[in-house]
Ligand binder design. Structure first.
Ligand code: HEC
Length: 124
């Protein structure tokens, strides 16, 4: 019984140390590059400006490409929820690579989009 408790404690400590290790952003995004801060990601402060700079030129108004609109929260929430936002900017198989004809967004921007979507794409 006692040995069991010690074993479980070691296991728990192991998991905790492991979690800390993999949460380090330098390890995820590479040393030497500026760290990517995804802690304060918001729709208005982070995502909307990103869409405006990279996507809205094709994805707004009544003639929006592919019928996809990235320039309003309500429409963006649709592609955030159905997965096509994250898949298309990650250039995943089965989705059109976005921004179309351009280069892939910086890794940090991709991380921020993913974070926002994982939070449930809040209108904040
Ligand atoms: C130069 C124009 C252009 C730009 C810029 C652009 N798109 Fe697109 N997008 C398109 C077109 C055209 C389609 C329709 C599908 C196709 O033709 O590939 C499309 C389709 C999509 C789709 C549906 C993809 C699918 O396979 O279901 C999503 C989601 C999308 N775009 C998101 C974005 C996002 C997010 C950005 C900015 C990072 C962006 N687009 C930038 C032209 C553009």
């Amino acid at each position: 019984m006692k040995r069991n408790v010690i074993f479980m404690s070691l296991l728990a400590i192991g998991f905790l140390l492991n979690a800390c290790y993999y949460d380090k952003e330098e390890l995820l995004y590479g040393k030497g590059t500026t760290t990517c801060d995804t802690t304060a990601v918001t729709y208005a402060g982070t995502i909307a400006p990103m869409m405006s700079a990279n996507c809205n030129s094709c994805h707004s108004g009544s003639a929006a490409s592919g019928g996809v609109i990235t320039s309003t929260y309500t429409s963006l929430k649709v592609i955030a929820s159905n997965g096509s936002l994250v898949h298309s900017v990650n250039w995943d198989n089965g989705f059109s690579s976005m921004p179309k004809g351009g280069s892939k967004l910086p890794t940090c921007d991709l991380a921020k989009i993913k974070k926002w979507v994982n939070l449930g794409a809040p209108n904040n």
